[in-house]
Design a protein around this ligand. Structure first.
Ligand code: NI
Length: 218
């Protein structure tokens, strides 16, 4: 083999290995649409104001809820993504607090918290791709009803607009699929109207939301 031929061979091998290397990474770039689906948990941190028309010192808070989440990220540039978070409804128990903490569960509600964030992807061409984001959350409540000791008391929850912040990481499994972990903080506050208008009270929900999922890109 001539030295020229050896150089050609080595070059070909290098090119092939480069091709394999880039082929094995699910690099993200402008124009890609990332889709992630998985298990999502919404963990509220807030509680209501004092529900004076129920009892002095009465408060409520929403319990954790788990559901299925799905989100779509459009890469506007190699580094900037726009994500829509969607989900199946989350069903939350609403528990008595303060002077009515002994009542346990007093209501339940379902909610959907669609959230749009603009993300910064730090290392879009890596096999491990961390990102952060900020945006807006809209939450709508439905199937809201009282139960237990408050059965029969009317309850209505207004929808909520608020800011959201997000962090996450995608980790390649192979050239088509990745696992993802994401966390959001959502500023969700609702007005609860009790007993056909005998009182309206602010309820802070302000949850952390977590999602572990698997993703791919188109
Ligand atoms: Ni809040």
């Amino acid at each position: 083999m001539t030295s020229q031929a050896k150089i050609s061979l080595v070059s070909a091998a290098l090119l092939a290995s480069l091709g394999l290397a880039s082929g094995s990474a699910l690099a993200v770039q402008q124009g890609d649409i990332l889709v992630r689906a998985g298990v999502a948990n919404v963990s509220p941190t807030g509680e209501s104001d004092e529900l004076t028309s129920i009892a002095a010192g009465a408060k409520v808070e929403a319990d954790d809820a788990t559901s299925l989440g799905i989100n779509f990220t459009y890469m506007a540039t190699d580094n900037i993504g726009v994500e829509l978070l969607a989900a199946w409804p989350f069903s939350h128990d609403i528990n008595g607090m303060g002077s009515i903490s002994g009542l346990g569960k007093v209501a339940e509600t379902d909610q959907l918290p669609p959230t749009v964030t603009v993300q910064w992807h730090f290392m879009p061409s890596n096999n491990i791709r961390p990102f952060v984001g900020a945006g807006v959350n809209y939450t709508t409540f439905f199937n809201t009803q009282t139960t237990g000791a408050l059965t029969g008391v009317g309850l209505d929850l207004d929808s909520s607009w608020g800011l959201a912040a997000e962090a996450g990481v995608d980790i390649d499994i192979n050239s088509d699929w990745f696992v993802s972990g994401q966390v959001w903080y959502m500023d969700i506050d609702t007005d609860a109207t009790i007993g056909n208008g005998i009182g309206t009270y602010s309820v802070s929900i302000d949850p952390w939301a977590y999602m572990i999922g698997i993703g791919t890109k188109f």
